[in-house]
Write a protein of this length. Structure first.
Length: 87
């Protein structure tokens, strides 16, 4: 996402599901606790948590191919990068 670089709790939950990653696995990859990840995912609006923890979760999800889509009038979202695509 460009601009504010904010992601929502729902985006994290959707991205994790889309990537087929469990909470424990994502928490481990991000070096955050499972309860911290659960709080982030349960957030209404911007993901709750320390900015460095939210950024770590985002990096982990982007590392497995998730693209966070900016709010564009229809709401923020997520999608997977095309197979074989490298940034």
């Amino acid at each position: 996402m460009s601009g504010s670089n904010q992601i929502t709790g729902r985006q994290i939950a959707a991205a994790r599901a889309l990537a087929g990653v469990g909470q424990a696995e994502l928490a481990d990859w991000s070096s955050v606790s499972i309860p911290t990840l659960r709080r982030m995912e349960a957030s209404v609006g911007a993901a709750a948590g320390l900015p460095n923890n939210v950024a770590a979760v985002r990096r982990a999800l982007e590392g497995v191919g998730v693209i966070f889509v900016d709010e564009n009038g229809e709401g923020p979202g997520v999608r997977m990068r095309k197979a074989g695509h490298v940034d």
